[in-house]
Write a protein that binds this ligand. Structure first.
Ligand code: HEM
Length: 518
């Protein structure tokens, strides 16, 4: 066939292809427009503009121009960003039957992160593991962890008092040690216990994966089949390392648990409940429950550790910047708890101001400014716009928690906004409506996380004075409260000075060390 005829055939095929796509697209949209948003480049879409820093601020600005439902496209991937409390709650909470999926990116699969239900697509496996998790973390179940949480808090106070400069490390250590005790019945020996290293190394890969916001291979999946020496394929070595560390994060605690079981010292813990307290006592059933249960336990670190740590750092930063808030909370603690004991969970109902500080910490610099992305299962309509199936859905949680219509002076740390007549004001929108996500994917660890934060915040306020950090000349270093530019955010700089409030406080801190986890 002559070249001109070949070109003609190719052109005709292209036209046919285009017409077919157009017909399919029209039958899907039925004339409904996509939501508005900035125009992208041909083929690449919004790939370049979307990678600009602190996207929650950019989206909030774009909302002024385009409204609360924004649309972007990166290559062929549609992305919808919801920017108002009404839009977020209406679509992601009330219509969660279609908005609870999560996109399985190639990077999640290649790094072996598909075992955790936090990243799984909506479906039966996710449902099974989430139900298993919930049985042990619903509001009626978490009180049994109070002794571990109190012991963990005591250890934390002693570690902070001995070495206040290592606050981040202390937070991480105490949280991980508490989870190992609850989940596997393991008592870690001390900070040098190799289990802590395996978990921390495993978490580092997960962190980088989550914080990266996506790799080139997520948008060009064919790269996964090319050798790692080619440009754009260097990710493969890194992925292999993360995959192995991720496996050890679950395998090593399980191995220690198994050693205890084999030595007829089966510990009282969540994993034992999962494996041995069911009706089916066959070996196959135990093996399968151990596999699934171990994945669920691993999810506690990956989903719960950095989130709780970030909220606690925000609290410390706020206290160093707002001394009058701290003094007010300490006055309440002195009146309710006194100087002879540490605060307990039973004090919470009388510690309204401490509770308000916790709410304000989760609002002021919220941990996940854009939540954790969901995706739609089927084509849908929202706000008069067409939302394609498989769209990535992002909630601008930061914008909801900084909406000046709801929270006056949103950038100021002001716990008083939640209080009326000495009680928590039910008319003020609770930051918990946003901070823990939405619909069927809402954080199932929120009651446990809330209890952990409450007890540590109350105890820190009770025994410590938290103030700005000092330089080598003893002068205060001015810290600007800035959120780090990540999907999982934390204060960029949360350095502070932490000192016991007096001899009575020191006595409390160290006299309780005997109850500690390590
Ligand atoms: C300050 C503490 C915490 C914050 C701010 C927080 C926030 C969140 C958010 C925003 C999500 C995503 C929800 C969504 O997709 O809409 C989430 C999911 C999740 N969180 Fe938390 N979280 C915290 C603590 C915890 C703790 C302590 C645990 C474990 C005990 C935990 C376990 C999980 C799990 C398993 C998921 C995945 C749920 C799913 O995909 O079905 N979180 N969390």
């Amino acid at each position: 066939m002559p070249a001109s005829s070949l070109a003609l055939v190719a052109f005709a095929v292209l036209i046919l292809f285009y017409v077919r796509s157009w017909i399919i697209w029209n039958s899907r949209t039925r004339g409904r427009p996509l939501p508005p948003g900035p125009r992208g480049l041909p083929f690449f879409g919004n790939a370049i503009g979307l990678r600009k820093g602190r996207q929650w601020l950019t989206f909030n600005k774009l909302r002024e121009k385009y409204g609360p439902i924004l649309y972007f496209q990166v290559l062929k991937q549609p992305i919808v960003v919801l920017c108002s409390p009404e839009a977020v709650l209406e679509y992601m909470d009330r219509r969660s039957a279609n908005t609870s999926d999560r996109l399985q990116s190639p990077s999640i699969l290649l790094t072996g992160h598909d075992w955790t239900f936090g990243l799984m697509p909506y479906g039966p496996t996710w449902r099974q593991q989430r139900r298993m998790f919930w049985q042990h973390f619903h509001p009626g179940a978490i009180d049994k962890y109070r002794p571990v949480q109190l012991a963990s808090m005591h250890t934390f106070l002693a570690k902070v008092a001995s070495n206040p400069g290592r606050l981040d490390g202390h937070i991480q250590y105490t949280f991980t040690a508490a989870i190992l005790k609850m989940a596997y019945g393991i008592d870690v020996k001390d900070e040098n216990d190799e289990l802590l290293t395996y978990i921390e190394t495993g978490l580092q890969g997960s962190r980088e994966l989550i914080l990266s916001g996506g790799f080139l291979v997520d948008f060009i999946p064919i790269l996964r089949h090319l050798p790692s020496f080619l440009p754009g394929c260097g990710f493969r070595k890194k992925f292999a390392r993360w995959r192995e560390n991720n496996r050890l994060l679950r395998a090593m605690p399980f191995q220690r648990y198994k050693e205890a079981v084999d030595a007829n010292k089966t510990p009282e813990c969540i994993l034992t409940d999962i494996i041995y307290r069911g009706d089916d006592n066959s070996k196959e059933s135990h093996d399968e429950l151990a596999r699934v249960g171990n994945n669920v336990m691993g999810t506690i670190y990956t989903a719960g550790s950095d989130t709780t740590a970030s909220a606690l750092k925000t609290f410390c930063l706020a206290m160093s910047l707002y001394p009058e808030v701290q003094r007010k909370a300490q006055a309440q603690l002195d009146a309710v708890v006194g100087h002879d004991r540490l605060p307990g969970f039973e004090d919470r109902k009388s510690l309204t101001y401490v509770d308000a500080i916790l709410k304000e910490s989760l609002r002021w610099m919220n941990v996940t400014p854009l939540g954790k992305a969901h995706s739609t299962t089927e084509d849908d309509e929202f706000g008069g716009y067409f939302i394609p199936a498989g769209s990535i859905l992002m909630a601008n949680i930061w914008a909801c928690l900084h909406d000046p219509e709801i929270y006056e002076d949103p950038d100021v740390f002001k716990p008083e906004r939640f209080i009326r007549d000495g009680k928590l004001d039910p008319d003020v929108r609770d930051p918990y409506d946003f901070a823990f996500g939405f619909g069927r994917r809402i954080c199932p660890g929120r009651f446990f996380g809330d209890a952990a934060l409450f007890i540590n915040i109350a105890a820190m306020l009770h025994v410590f004075d938290i103030s700005p950090p000092l330089d080598e000349r003893g002068e205060e270093i001015a810290i600007e409260p800035i959120m780090s530019d990540c999907i999982m955010s934390r204060p960029e700089d949360s350095r502070c000075s932490i000192k016991p409030r007096g001899l009575w406080a020191e006595k409390l801190i160290y006299s309780t060390e005997g109850d500690s986890l390590a």
